[in-house]
Design a binder for this molecule. Sequence first.
Ligand code: DGL
Length: 288
Amino acid sequence: MANHSGHTFSEQPLAPGPIGLFDSGYGGLTILSEIKQLMPQYDYLYLGDNSRAPYGSRSFDVIYEFTRQAVFALFEKGCNLVILACNTASAKALRTIQQVDLPKIAPQKRVLGIIRPTAEIVGDLTQTRHVGIFGTLGTIQSESYLLEINKLFPDIQVVGEACPMWVPLVENGKANSDGADFFIQENIESLLQKDPEIDTIILGCTHYPLLYNKIRKYLPEHLQIISQGAYIAKSLQDYLGRHPEMDAVCTKGGGTNYLTTESPERFEETSSLFLNERIKVEKIALDR
Ligand code: DGL
């Protein structure tokens, strides 16, 4: 069957395939590592749109279009379940893909985001009921965290701080440079000025765990930092437990493959900064 955009889908039963993970660049690897640690038995296919990263300051339309292309590419490579391992894509593109694209293109396949599962855990962690979010401009402007957290915990005050320089530092291999300290300190001070009662900080961008040591260095000690990876992994495990029909079409060979829209050599080199294994990377084009 063909649809308006020329993509085709079949109403045959799904053929088993790897779980897809998508991020604008390297950040989603922080989510993939935690997922693999909890569920090493599955096969995974990671896609980083490194040639077009960062997404964070781009418009809604552009982020949606790039994310849609990436999801379709992962579907074409055999994935039946795709995780948007990117807060910006989850904030800007997830709902439209779930509600508009999936029913037309691949009604049996699923795309999940990472904001809701992160929002779910905050209620148990904050004592003061004041929570701060660091994220990209797109994530903060979308107010997705505020909306998701307040749906579940209306008593929690949520304040966001956009950190547009943090992702470029990671994408350019400068996460540990002295220059990174300046921007990290500046954004931390700005957030805490907005609300000094914050006791819990969410790193609402998958790239930020790579800046963890520097963020910890400049945050007052009594503030706790929530890194999403482990919570997303647990939430995916729960999802597969509740959806045996999806679990049955996720292959379990314990392998991971990587796709990038930039140079595979560059991806291999940069990803080695935060993956403890040698990987094989293939180049893919998305802009069609
Ligand atoms: N890692 C992505 C996130 O979680 C966004 C990075 C970017 O700006 O491209 O928001």
